[in-house]
Write a protein that binds this ligand. Sequence first.
Ligand SMILES: NC(=O)c1ccc[n+]([C@@H]2O[C@H](COP(=O)([O-])OP(=O)(O)OC[C@H]3O[C@@H](n4cnc5c(N)ncnc54)[C@H](OP(=O)(O)O)[C@@H]3O)[C@@H](O)[C@H]2O)c1
Length: 294
Amino acid sequence: MNRKTDTPVTVIGLGLMGRALAAAFLKAGHPTTVWNRTTSKADQLVAEGARLAPTVGDALKAGSLTIICVTDYPAMHELLGASESELDGMMLINLTSGDSAQAREAAQWAEQRGAHYLDGAIMAIPSGIGTAEAVILHSGPQPYFEAHKSTLDALGTVTYLGADHGLASLYDVAGLAMMWSVLNAWLQGTALLRTAGVDAATYAPFAQQIAAGVAEWLPGYAEQIDSGSFPAEVSALETDARAITHLIEESEAVGVNTELPKLIKAMVDRSIAAGHGGEQYPVLIEEFSKPRND
Ligand SMILES: NC(=O)c1ccc[n+]([C@@H]2O[C@H](COP(=O)([O-])OP(=O)(O)OC[C@H]3O[C@@H](n4cnc5c(N)ncnc54)[C@H](OP(=O)(O)O)[C@@H]3O)[C@@H](O)[C@H]2O)c1
């Protein structure tokens, strides 16, 4: 798709991530205005062609859209709150990390002041910004996203999730759950294998293969969750429970930590006690979907 590169943009917040966002817009040819509480962080960007706005209000008025990327939502409210009379008619895209309630509340706050607001989440590190590997999620009114997608494309792979402003934050934390679960499982296996003199680098390619194989199961398992029916096509939860016991016993025998497998076993046991032993593993969604109540 042809990108329009003459659209003026503003980036507010020039920490590690904000500087990468502004640099990507500049590199793509967008007239770029920047603002940061500590003005010296704009020096390099100004040298590359950015314009440093003297105030937040001036920064907001400079571009067709303003990207905000600061530490957290309280920081965003603090800096925008001082210029709230300038928000009417402005297009704001808030790429600051936070939770879904903060995103929805910020959307309401901005809309009450006449701003057009999208919330977003950056699933990338600063050095990835401007490349296809940088996935940037957006949620809020779709017309706002469509109107600015060709500009946002300068930042990476930009995705629209839905009208609920909280979705980008929810996908963001769901991604964290996936990331840490994969890493924790790998660390557990690595700890086990190191007791037999196998180093982490030797096990890593096997672990990669297992993780990729398990990832293949997700679409089929998702169908079970969405239909609420969990026939044991591969194995029953009772079979998995025996394998988890085996993992716990092996870990105990070689003296490595058992907290993680015991946590999983406790959830599986509760599900079996609730009558799901003959069903397939994704039936555990029922345990994951409620607060622990024992
Ligand atoms: N870095 C990453 O790898 C990464 C990845 C994904 C998402 N993110 C998210 O991107 C956001 C920014 O991260 P970062 O790495 O750029 O953080 P950072 O380097 O610590 O920068 C924080 C930015 O927030 C500004 N700020 C903080 N409190 C403020 C306040 N009260 N008023 C005005 N400005 C304030 C800082 O201004 P000063 O310069 O004046 O202190 C600075 O521009 C965070 O929400 C982070 O979770 C970061």
